[in-house]
Write a protein that binds this ligand. Structure first.
Ligand SMILES: [Zn+2]
Ligand SMILES: [Zn+2]
Length: 370
């Protein structure tokens, strides 16, 4: 028969199909137990930024809690949440003094970090050892000690001695939420004394849901690292923030080396930006460097009267940019067309309305196009 090869082919297909179907049936219809595959359904939301003057931008949260103080999650859950949320580095900073669940955990202040170590290693998340020194907010305040060796030795009565012990261990000390639970933000005697002795290295301009514009000015004037943190106790808020296109608060750190050592060097050199509620807060030179890497401008057309410029945001931050009397929203990884009257100049004067470089001062910048 002329069609023999074709029929043989068809039979083969049918037979293979039957065999496969029977194999499938044998697996699925096991009357004792049907095991379904385990899907890896959780995936990391990547936060992307181009290199900034040769520095890599890392997303870091330097202030979080677990059940080993007054947090509601286990340390491994804190690590998983940070990694899935796009963080590159995390510090678990449980309170030394406030541990309502201590009868269920233990009295060793190093435990939450130790539990988190393998979980962080499995994802490549950089884990920084820290703790929160937690004293009366109105008179003394709360301080995170990062890059410490032994949190137990920091548990001493005198608050200044506690901070000095952290320093002896080589800690980076930051003043937490200076405006939390107080009516007005000001520097008290205790903190003035710490500044005098050079014991404070960084400061939170943003904590959880609070922005302290005045504290940004202190950070600039006193040359402190500018920090934003979640200070999360339960889960990091995602629902409404996500719907509004807002990321979790984060400190962007410009590192030479992608490691804990690299983060420490960058913090000591004050190369940080606080990013929260789609607002950036940074010292002016760092902000300009960041914008120059993230925002690129290219002339696409000129009709003799008007120049049309494509302005592209190459990173995950959001910008609100004023040019002339127009305000442009430039979401993460998107472009807008900016128009300007015909000129010989190769740049436009813009103002980034969501980049604060001082209390009530936003970043004015020349945006070069080619
Ligand atoms: Zn606190
Ligand atoms: Zn805290």
């Amino acid at each position: 028969m002329k069609n023999t090869p074709f029929i043989a082919f068809l039979l083969a297909v049918v037979c293979i199909g039957v065999v496969n179907f029977q194999q499938l049936n044998a697996q699925e219809l096991n009357p004792n137990k049907v095991t379904y595959p385990s899907y890896q359904t959780e995936s990391r939301t990547n936060i992307v930024y181009p290199k900034v003057s040769g520095f890599t931008v890392l997303s870091c949260d330097f202030h979080t809690h677990t059940m080993f103080s007054d947090g509601l999650v286990w340390p491994t859950q804190r690590v998983a949440e940070a990694w899935l949320g796009g963080m590159d580095a995390l510090a678990i900073t449980d309170h030394i003094e406030y541990r309502p669940y201590r009868q269920y955990t233990n009295n060793d202040h190093n435990t939450s970090h130790e539990i988190a170590i393998p979980a962080a290693a499995h994802t490549g998340l950089i884990l920084i050892k820290g703790t929160e020194i937690t004293r009366t907010q109105r008179t003394i305040g709360h301080f995170n000690a990062l890059f410490i060796e032994d949190a137990n030795k920091i548990a001493v009565d005198d608050p200044k001695e506690s901070i000095k012990e952290a320093k002896r261990q080589g800690a980076f000390v930051m003043w937490n939420h200076p405006g939390w639970a107080v009516d007005s933000t000001y520097i008290k005697d205790f903190q003035a004394d710490l500044f005098k002795d050079g014991l404070i290295d960084g400061i939170e301009v943003y904590n959880n849901t609070e922005f302290y514009p005045r504290v940004l000015s202190w950070a600039i004037d006193k040359n402190l690292a500018i920090i934003a943190t979640t200070d999360v106790h339960g889960y990091v808020e995602s629902g409404t923030l996500q719907k509004n296109g807002v990321q979790r608060p984060v400190t962007l750190v410009l590192v030479k080396e992608n490691s804990a050592k690299g983060i420490r060097e960058a913090l000591d050199s004050r190369r940080t930006l606080a990013f929260f509620q789609n607002i950036l807060a940074a010292r002016e030179d760092v902000a300009k460097m960041f914008v120059d890497a993230n925002i690129t401008a290219k002339k696409v057309h000129s009709d003799g009267k008007t120049i049309f410029i494509n302005v592209t945001n190459n990173g995950s931050a959001h910008y609100e940019m004023q040019s002339g009397n127009k305000l442009y929203a430039i979401p993460a990884l998107s472009s807008v067309i900016v128009t300007t009257p015909e000129t010989d100049k190769k740049f436009i004067n813009v103002n980034f309305k969501n980049i604060y470089i001082y209390e009530n001062k936003t970043l004015a910048h020349d945006l070069y196009f080619n």
